[in-house]
Ligand binder design. Structure first.
Ligand SMILES: [Zn+2]
Ligand SMILES: [Zn+2]
Length: 367
């Protein structure tokens, strides 16, 4: 069928709105009419790095309504409201133990731009267009998705805003609630107050962390962090020595740290702010080749741990409903981070997010 998609065409070029043709759902596929889709930094990294050769349809924080299902699909039916997330196989050694974010076939299922048999879901005339991004490619009015990367959304949850739960929000909240599993009364340093960092602040409050320190250059984001539960905020412009600034608040250092910036100098500075036995979780994407932060003998002497984190160690079928329940109780007011734009204004929306005018963009389709 015909779909309107924002197509990535190359490095430094804006997304182009184009009419494409999407396959009908195969046996294991679900056709979803997208109503909203978040824009995540990973979309930009893939577009600019041409990590899936263009033309490609990206987008991996979609939500919408099921329109049709393949014969083997039992989890949902037409009319169901769904949030989309990353795709996993469901039967490998990692998926079997609930570690879907580390699925053995994660790259093939999420970043290959095609189905596992090599076929494409999207085309423009005779030209194949890469799709299947995170098992969805939801920068489009319709998407083909899979049972493993959709979760039903109850009627009282705002469907059009829920997409970011499936990536940025579960990465931040899950990083603190699942990966680091910060215990009540513990201390946490979060570097970067974008959507992931602010979701980490909300997750830290849910966990009952006693000290939640956020480092972020934008004043508006620091203010939002304070509303979300940060006990201290640091403007890096006023604190060139981050470790000293943190130790000015907690002389022994922090129990946990969570980096969302991917900036090597920031990651290095965080190591100096860790208490003994401190655990440092990293979700920020650093430039290729960046060495692990810290110094081996210091890590050994103080019992430090450095932990890589994907998607907040989320098992979406378990964790996304939990996050929706936290939202319902007012403990995860993620909608306050979101500014909506019409889908056709995707490039303007990305510019606004990039300049810090808004924290999290969600594009709305009016189909
Ligand atoms: Zn798997
Ligand atoms: Zn993402």
């Amino acid at each position: 069928m015909d779909v309107l998609a924002a197509v990535a065409v190359g490095t430094g070029k804006p997304f182009e709105m184009r009419q494409l043709v999407l396959d009908d759902p195969r046996e294991d596929e679900v056709l979803v009419r997208i109503v909203g889709v978040g824009v995540c930094h990973t979309d930009i990294v893939f577009k600019e790095g041409q990590m899936i050769p263009p033309p490609a349809v990206l987008g991996h924080e979609g939500s919408g309504i099921v329109e049709a299902v393949g014969a083997a699909v039992t989890k949902v039916a037409p009319g169901d409201r769904v949030a989309l997330t990353f795709r996993s196989c469901g039967h490998c050694s990692r998926c079997d133990r609930g570690d879907a974010a580390y699925c053995e076939t994660m790259p093939m299922l999420n970043y290959a731009g095609m189905r596992t048999d090599g076929s494409r879901t999207l085309r423009e005339g005779e030209t194949a267009v890469a799709g299947n991004f995170f098992g969805q490619s939801s920068f489009a009015t319709r998407a083909l998705v899979y049972e493993r990367n959709l979760v039903k959304v109850p009627e009282d949850i705002p469907l059009e805003l829920i997409g970011p739960l499936g990536c940025g929000i579960q990465t931040g909240a899950g990083g603190v609630m699942r990966s680091l599993a910060c215990e009540a009364g513990s201390s946490l340093l979060i570097t970067g107050g974008g959507p992931v960092g602010l979701s980490a602040v909300m997750g830290a409050r849910i966990q009952g962390c006693a000290t939640i320190i956020l480092v972020e250059p934008h004043a508006a984001r620091r203010a939002l962090a304070t509303e979300f539960g940060a006990t201290h905020v640091i403007d890096p412009a006023e604190a060139p020595d981050l470790a000293a600034a943190v130790r000015g608040i907690l002389p022994q250092g922090v129990d946990y740290a969570f980096d969302t910036t991917g900036v090597p100098a920031v990651q290095q500075a965080v190591m100096g702010a860790l208490a003994s036995k401190g655990v440092f979780g990293i979700v920020g994407i650093a430039p290729p080749g960046t060495p692990t932060p810290g110094e081996v003998n210091t890590i050994m002497t103080f019992g430090h741990t450095i932990k890589g984190i994907i998607e907040g160690d989320s098992d979406p079928d378990v964790f996304l409903p939990q996050l929706m329940e936290h939202y319902r109780r007012g403990e995860l007011p993620f909608d306050r981070m979101i500014r909506t734009f019409p889908f056709a204004q995707i490039n303007e929306a990305i510019a606004a997010q990039h300049h810090g005018d808004c924290v999290k963009v969600v594009l709305l389709m009016d189909d």
